[in-house]
Design a binder for this molecule. Structure first.
Ligand code: HCA
Ligand code: CU
Length: 379
């Protein structure tokens, strides 16, 4: 099985998520944990963007990590100079070539002129001694023939790695897999990365389709954070690679810490349902499930909790509690998060957010539940 390499872009793509701005100290802590879990490259922001970004990159370089740093840049000399001067060993040059990119970001240049920009910038970055990744931004909405031509041009000029970006998360897995397979066939031997947004919820599925089709680098972020709906999630990808026998998880306990730290640093509520790292990911509640889990730890689990640095939690089935009349406040929770159970003739209890609510009156506005809204017990 080929080794799948990961470039984690939490400090670049993640730093572009709404209301996110990592401090130098936070960035350094995240980078140290990223190295601990074994990512192969750490992507930082645009060195040209300002002193704050340059300070972040300098501090990351000062950590002396073994993992190389990549600074992001447009296909312009000034950006590449800033990346080279920042101390990053690599530059990630991104430049789209489809009509939308040319009209909205490149002053209406014709494709031939963009091709020339890419050639010149890759050659210049090589002359500055940088490792070079070239990304076709919005590749998934670019004619395949044009994608291959511009990538070939970048490789001719010495690009060390090429990247196909599904910038809008527009693709479905089977289509994405076919695109990557065609790219792999047209450009054999070259390091091929994919960067996938999650707007349609396919960021993980498309990453998987891509690696099965021959991509050998995947771009990720912690908790999947990034522009809009974010990108492929690091912890889930690592756990899937472990499960499928590609490569074992390294320091898996650090994954949960990384996820919690990034959630706190981005002022996001912890996502209890997040696979692998979420609080509920290895918690079993229904009596049937907890009993089976006691007999065999994989009876209701696809990932081995221990391999993921987690422990199986068996939550005792809630003790039925009689509550007369309930309706959930729409401000607190939505009706779909409610499960009603019949605990005996005429009695009901309620679970909110997957937890048994001790005093439902704290959470709920008390009103009558019409009998047709209390479905028969599911368990
Ligand atoms: C961006 C766009 C980008 C670039 C990806 C890359 C995308 O935010 O600048 O350079 O590999 O999704 O196309 O994130
Ligand atoms: Cu992106």
């Amino acid at each position: 099985m080929q080794k799948i390499r990961i470039v984690d872009a939490t400090l670049r793509e993640g730093n572009q998520a709404p209301a996110v701005r990592f401090s130098v100290e936070q960035a350094c802590h995240i980078a140290t944990l990223l190295e601990a879990v074994g990512v192969d490259m750490i992507e930082c922001g645009h060195a040209l963007a300002g002193e704050e970004e340059r300070r972040r990159i300098r501090a990351l370089r000062g950590l002396g990590l073994a993992t190389p740093l990549l600074s992001h840049a447009r296909a312009q000399r000034a950006d590449i100079d800033a990346a080279a001067d920042s101390g990053a060993q690599w530059v990630g040059i991104f430049c789209g070539i489809n009509r939308v990119s040319r009209l909205t970001r490149l002053g209406g240049r014709p494709a031939a002129s963009v091709m020339e920009m890419v050639r010149r910038s890759v050659a210049y970055a090589k002359s500055r001694g940088l490792g070079v990744r070239y990304t076709v931004e919005d590749a998934s909405r670019t004619p395949d023939e044009l994608v291959i031509r511009v990538l070939r041009a970048a490789i001719d000029e010495g690009a060390d790695r090429i990247c196909y970006a599904d910038t809008l998360g527009a693709m479905t897995p089977s289509v994405f897999g076919a695109k990557v397979a065609a790219l792999r066939a047209a450009l054999p031997g070259v390091d091929l990365e994919v960067h996938i947004h999650d707007d349609r919820g396919f960021a993980m599925a498309n990453a998987w389709a891509a690696l099965e089709a021959g991509a050998n680098w995947i771009s990720t972020s912690v908790n999947g954070i990034g522009e809009r709906c974010g990108i492929t999630d690091l912890a889930l990808l690592l756990a899937n690679l472990d499960l499928e026998g590609y490569q074992p998880l390294r320091q898996p306990q650090a994954l949960q810490h990384l996820s919690a730290f990034v959630a706190a640093a981005t002022r996001s509520a912890p996502d209890h349902r997040r696979p692998v790292v979420g609080q509920n990911a290895f918690t079993h509640t229904a009596r049937l499930h907890t009993q089976a889990m006691q007999r065999s730890p994989l009876s209701y689990a696809v990932f081995d909790a221990q391999r993921c640095g987690r422990a199986v939690q068996l939550a005792p089935p809630p003790t039925p509690r009689t509550i007369d009349r309930l309706v959930v406040s729409p401000q607190v929770i939505s009706a779909t998060e409610l499960k009603y159970h019949r605990a005996g003739p005429g009695s009901r209890y309620v679970m909110v957010d997957n937890r048994f609510v001790d005093d439902a009156r704290q959470y709920c506005i008390v009103r009558d539940i019409p009998p047709q809204h209390t479905p028969a017990a599911a368990h």
